[in-house]
Design a protein around this ligand. Sequence first.
Ligand code: CUA
Length: 363
Amino acid sequence: MAVDSRSRTSRRTIVQMVVVGTLASIIGVLWGLYIDWFPVQGSTQARKIDDLWDLMIAFAVPVFVLVVTVVLFAVKEFRMRPGEENLDGPNIHGSTKLEIVWTTIPAVIIFILIGYAATILSDIEAAPANAAQELKVDVYGQQFAWTFKYTGADGKPINTTRLYLPEGQSVKFNVHSKDVIHDFWIPAMRMKIDAVPGVTTSYRITPIRVGSYPVVCAELCGLGHAVMRQTAYVMPPAKFNAWLASKSASAAAPAAGGGGSAAAAPAAIDAKAIFTKGNGESVACGSCHQLAAAGTPAGGIGPDLDKVLAGKDAAFIKTSIVDPQAEIAKGYPPNVMPPNFGQTLKPAEIDALVQYLVKSTRK
Ligand code: CUA
């Protein structure tokens, strides 16, 4: 009689488990698919990777629910009741049938996921049908900035700190490092790879959406790792080609740009905004440096400018911005400040920033 009531309980329990587990799985999968896990899909690769993620959710949630449901019901069903303190549990022998089932089902799931993941991997790494049309960009990681090298129409290299990409065209990045290991990542494009000294790594993307997207370093590479951020600009192919052509032209006639602009009215430039927010391309000074006039906080990575720049002249401040290694403030390690402010800031912006710092730190 005791055995009879036990087996009735356990049959009812199994029905309960199936109902609870099924409901929890459905809710969990729907919830997992509904959540916006990632940034916008900026490339064809992003779509495929997100599809793989969705498939993983559809399999992983039910497996998780199954394990948790069985554990919770087992705790409730087989808990020790008063009077059972000294009893051993029933003696259980193996169940071949059960073992076959719980080996086969996970194996099938794993093979489905491996098969699908392998297909996605070969898709996202595939070279375009017309390899000649693919844009090649060399990416250089350096503490703590990225530099991008294109080949101009005239075959000459074009170096820039802004990453420009044509919409709808396959781009192959060849990634290099000049010092330590970095990791080149554009989250909206989903792809990322380490930049390893002495090795060239690569991946390709096809941008599908005009806009600007953060470029970040995803490998802890030193004190300035957090500020190793730049921007990728995806533009219509015609506009991209015009930019590339203009760069080739200006490389041929360097006197046309830069030099004269220092004289252009610096009054129009909001130096405080550049200090606190950057100019859209440069890192904000205020994210590492304290400056009372700008209201940026103490305790940053870099020295307190109210102290280290007090009484310094414009020439010293300018050098500190464009060539930060020239003189390192006492107690601070070298090679932390990005070395690319001379490229990310326009000459007029640097001059405005220097004037602003001279004025702000004057005692
Ligand atoms: Cu470069 Cu982190």
